[in-house]
Structure formats: structure tokens, C-alpha cells
Design a protein around this ligand. Structure first.
Ligand code: DQA
Length: 149
């Protein structure tokens, strides 16, 4: 049973209350429960975290270097600003999937660039909170494929 890190950036603690017309009514606790369900079904354990502080996300990525098989990350606004998170992800050897609840390409142009996309194996955006479950499925597939090599 390998470990998948699910990491969430700033303001996602307010999911369900924050701009629900954009991000929906599911809370982060709901998302965590959904992620645990899918991960268990696929035979994986998850470590689920959220922080409003960039360094904490970087520290969790470093932790994942030690014991994580894959990372699913919604870096939220840090997506568009954080070279430091990209650098941290570049030190991680397993698969990385980037998630956005909203379709960032349909929104303001400053949301169109992602530092994290330079590293991610795939990006899921605009599928609502369901994107997390799909991200876990994809990471699990990539972990399995790399185990076979
Ligand atoms: C987001 C999109 C980002 O542009 C925004 O800053 C967020 C959430 C999303 O999940 O759609 O906080 O990552």
C-alpha cells in the first residue's frame, strides 16, 4: 500500500463557503472523504493537507520525497506565482497531477499560466471537486506503471 499526498493551497480551507458559484458547495472535508474512499478502493493510503503558507506546502513535498509514491496538488493561487513550489516538485521523483476545481482557462488571464504545469504529468481543471478523485486515479495508474518497469 503506497502513499499518495493530496496537497491544497491557500483559501481552499474555505471551500464550500468561498465563491460557491465558482468552486461549488462541497467542503474540503467532503473532498478529503471522497479522496480517501477512492484511494482505499485503489489500495492506497493518502496524506491530505491544506495550508495558506507556501513553506508548509514545500515541506510536505519534501516529506513526500521520503515516503510518497505520488502527489495530487491544487496549489490554488500559488499555481500562478510559486517558482519555489515548482522547484520543490522537481525534487520529487514520483508522478504529480495538478488539479483546479474551476476552469482556469475560462477565467482571468493571470490564471492561465501555471508554474506547476512545468512539472505535472497531467492537469485536471474545470471538473469541480470531482477532479481530485480523477487525479488520484491517474496517479495510482502511473504508480502502477512505474512499478512494472
Ligand atoms: C484554483 C484556481 C486558482 O486560480 C485560484 O487561485 C484558486 C483555486 C481552482 O481550484 O480552481 O484558489 O486552483
Amino acid at each position: 500500500m503506497s502513499l499518495i499526498y493530496v496537497l491544497n493551497g491557500p483559501n481552499l480551507n474555505l471551500l464550500g463557503k468561498r465563491q460557491p458559484h465558482i468552486y461549488g458547495y462541497e467542503t474540503l472535508a467532503d473532498v478529503e472523504a471522497d479522496c480517501r474512499k477512492v484511494a482505499t478502493e485503489l489500495g492506497h493510503e493518502i496524506r491530505f493537507h491544506q495550508s495558506n503558507r507556501e513553506y508548509e506546502i514545500i515541506d510536505w513535498i519534501h516529506e513526500a520525497r521520503e515516503d510518497g509514491a505520488g502527489i495530487v496538488i491544487n496549489p490554488a493561487a500559488f499555481t500562478h506565482t510559486s517558482l519555489a513550489i515548482l522547484d520543490a516538485l522537481n525534487t520529487f521523483e514520483g508522478p504529480v497531477i495538478e488539479i483546479h476545481i474551476s476552469n482556469v482557462h475560462k477565467r482571468e488571464s493571470f490564471r492561465h499560466h501555471s508554474f506547476v504545469s512545468h512539472r505535472a504529468e497531467g492537469v485536471i481543471c474545470g471538473l469541480g471537486t470531482e477532479g481530485y478523485q480523477l487525479g488520484i486515479r491517474r496517479v495510482a495508474t502511473l504508480i502502477k506503471t512505474s512499478e512494472k518497469k
